[in-house]
Design a protein. Structure first.
Length: 277
């Protein structure tokens, strides 16, 4: 790349060259503020002996600055037109560009720690974040999402938006807000502003029932309007066992999933694991 990509002239020029428009099916909005792009990339950890993985690089607004970071770089882009552009612009043979839906990427094949950077489309934000959370090699995520999506992801207990993802983020160590991004920083301009947030994984991921914890917690929210007893009964297919476990946990059977915290879901998982032996 010969120069910064995140500017209106560059974006308009190259969209015209490829005779394409930002595609709604990919949730494409192109960043046109290079100072902002630089500030975002500056927040990620050093990538020495690690993998720097960018989700949805597009024309390369963040990629341009990512190239200056140490570490193995992998770019995952679903749009073949953008992949063609990146392939012609980036001459470094040590950078892997993958033309694939990120949700179909096997992250577990990578042995080194992974640092993730991404500008996520609204319609798959939750799915992507959940995939990243479940990969033990991912140690840091710096993600740009629509404002509403961020507050949905980190919703506190006793709110209607509180969800398994909120619990999983807390389990990893929580998140922090890094940067506010105006809707005017994009082409085409979206209807809402965005936020950049970061998850630095402080959990050592040695919890032996972690996989079951993810499964159980999601199952308890399957019927959000039902009680924890209803959801647990459906999961176990045994109401008496569900009542017994809730009694052991000193949990009222009338509680709803959004009224219960991380500690409860870990204890519930441990009880289920113990009863399965």
């Amino acid at each position: 790349m010969n120069g910064p990509v995140a500017n209106k002239e560059y974006v308009c020029k190259h969209l015209d060259i490829y005779d394409v428009k930002a595609l709604k099916k990919y949730g494409q909005n192109f960043l046109i503020d290079d100072e902002l792009a630089n500030n975002i990339v500056d927040k990620i950890n050093d990538g020495k002996n690690k993998i720097l993985l960018e989700i949805g690089p597009g024309l390369g607004a963040l990629t341009y600055h990512l190239l200056n970071k140490k570490g193995q770089k992998i770019l995952v882009e679903i749009d073949p037109v953008m992949v063609d552009h990146l392939t012609h612009q980036i001459k470094d043979e040590n950078i892997e560009i993958i033309n694939k839906d990120f949700l179909n990427i096997n992250l577990n094949k990578y042995e080194n720690e992974i640092i993730v950077l991404g500008n996520l489309p609204y319609y798959v934000t939750t799915e992507i974040v959940e995939k990243l959370i479940k990969c033990k090699n991912v140690k840091q995520m710096t993600l740009m999402v629509q404002k509403e999506a961020y507050f949905r992801l980190i919703s506190p207990i006793n709110t209607k938006e509180y969800s398994p993802i909120s619990i999983f983020i807390e389990y990893l160590g929580g998140s922090k807000l890094v940067q506010k991004v105006s809707r005017h920083a994009y082409i085409p301009e979206p209807h809402v502003d965005s936020l950049v947030f970061q998850i630095n994984v402080t959990n050592d991921r040695t919890y032996e029932n972690e996989k079951l914890f993810f499964q159980v917690t999601k199952a308890m929210f399957k019927m959000r309007r039902k009680t924890i007893l209803n959801n647990l009964t459906a999961y176990l297919n045994d109401k008496n066992k569900a009542l017994e476990i809730l009694k052991d946990l000193n949990c009222l059977e009338t509680k709803r999933p959004e009224q219960l915290d991380l500690k409860f879901y870990i204890n519930l998982t441990n009880e289920i694991a113990k009863n399965a032996k």
